[in-house]
Design a protein around this ligand. Structure first.
Ligand code: NAP
Length: 340
């Protein structure tokens, strides 16, 4: 008999279901080719035709014409939720109620309260849940964390990161429509905030400058995260103009450059004080999504309910920063209960 992921190690193949067969789901599913012991078996779309087309192209066993149907599919261990941000919350809650583990795309939810609700239920049910923040699993980012932990740049005091693209304004596109979680903050800002949070923890203060599109979604935002002991992070995100996607981590004994684009980097450059720069390259596997899939697979096999690399407390802390920044800019994000 199969052992549920929540109560103990899973010995058999881990069976995945995909919710929302959009652009990212296409890419992520291709990376299962690099993951042992896990396989996508089913997909759900609001349209049976779209689900069937996705299933056929990716060799999945089953296509569901509604999200409710995949929640009731008994032969699925974990759901990958790849709908727009405000459409994560209701699906995630219903999936947990149905006993499914979860990998939820970034940004985890549209609101801090929504994230807290999903996290509380995941913990209550003892079901594995993780935000699909693939950056934390990139081999170059793992190398960066190892260097920092080894004291290669001393104590980390400050982080800089930027991520932005120039996109033509289209009020119905999910990047701009508020009801689809539009704006730079939730789509790209989540990367700069999560990167800073990974290295510095939760800030004591958040100060934001930015501007909005006519839809009320943010076009650009710069965040200054402050820490009571004087540490800081300076972060910029934008859908109005392109940014290089560079990150820098400053310590008391040197700094590390994360070469563009830092949210899925191949190369970091270590600048130890008084030494020649050291270039470290760590290629990704597949499209770069395999690493988070391997982490989830290992966690499920070990019977863990959270990833130590992307724990739910970090997700909530990131969401809280994004929520404060949104409040300061006058953005009104909301979860969408109508998705189910
Ligand atoms: N990790 C990464 O590198 C990465 C990259 C891009 C995006 N993402 C994240 O992945 C999520 C989806 O992004 P995407 O670019 O893949 O979006 P997308 O191409 O627009 O696909 C989203 C899918 O969600 C479903 N959906 C459910 N309710 C919807 C609604 N009300 N309006 C529109 N679509 C709805 C749609 O599928 P059906 O209608 O067929 O059900 C659609 O195909 C976002 O949270 C985003 O931040 C992550």
């Amino acid at each position: 008999m199969r052992v549920p992921a929540s109560v103990g190690p899973v010995k058999e193949e881990i069976r995945w279901g995909v919710v929302g067969p959009g652009r990212i789901a296409e890419k992520l599913v291709a990376d299962f080719a690099h993951v042992e012991g896990a396989r996508p078996v089913a997909v759900a779309s609001r349209s049976l035709d779209r689900a069937a087309d996705f299933a056929r192209r990716h060799g999945l066993d089953r296509a569901h014409g509604s999200y409710a149907d995949i929640l009731a599919d008994p032969d699925i261990d974990i759901l990958y939720v790849a709908t727009p941000h405000p459409q994560h919350h209701a699906v995630a809650l219903a999936a947990l109620e149905a006993g499914k583990a979860l990998l939820v795309e970034k940004a985890f939810t549209a609101t801090t309260a929504g994230a807290a609700e999903v996290i509380d239920l995941a913990r209550e049910r003892g079901l594995f849940t993780m935000e699909a923040m693939w950056t934390r699993f990139q081999p170059a980012v793992v190398a960066l964390r190892d260097l920092v932990a080894d004291g290669a740049i001393g104590e980390v005091r400050s982080v800089q990161a930027d991520l932005g693209v120039a996109r033509d304004y289209d009020p119905v596109d999910r990047l701009f429509a508020l009801e689809l979680g539009g704006g730079a903050l939730l789509d790209l800002g989540v990367y700069v905030v999560s990167f800073a949070q990974m290295l510095l923890g939760s800030p004591d203060t958040v100060t934001t400058a930015g501007s909005l599109f006519p839809t009320g979604a943010d076009a650009e935002a710069s965040l200054l995260l402050g820490y009571a002991d004087g540490r800081s992070a300076a972060l910029t995100t934008s859908l109005r103009y392109a940014l290089p996607g560079q990150a820098r981590v400053f310590g008391t004994a040197g700094w590390i450059d994360v070469l563009p684009r830092f949210h899925h980097p191949q190369t970091i450059v270590l600048h130890r004080a008084g030494a020649e720069p050291e270039t470290i390259t760590r290629p990704q596997t597949g499209g770069g999504y395999a690493h988070e899939l391997i982490e989830v697979t290992e966690c499920l096999r070990a019977g863990r309910t959270e990833s130590a690399v992307m724990p739910l407390a970090d997700t909530l802390a990131v969401q809280a920063v994004l929520g404060q920044a949104a409040d300061q800019l006058g953005i009104r994000h909301a979860e969408d209960p109508s998705v189910l």
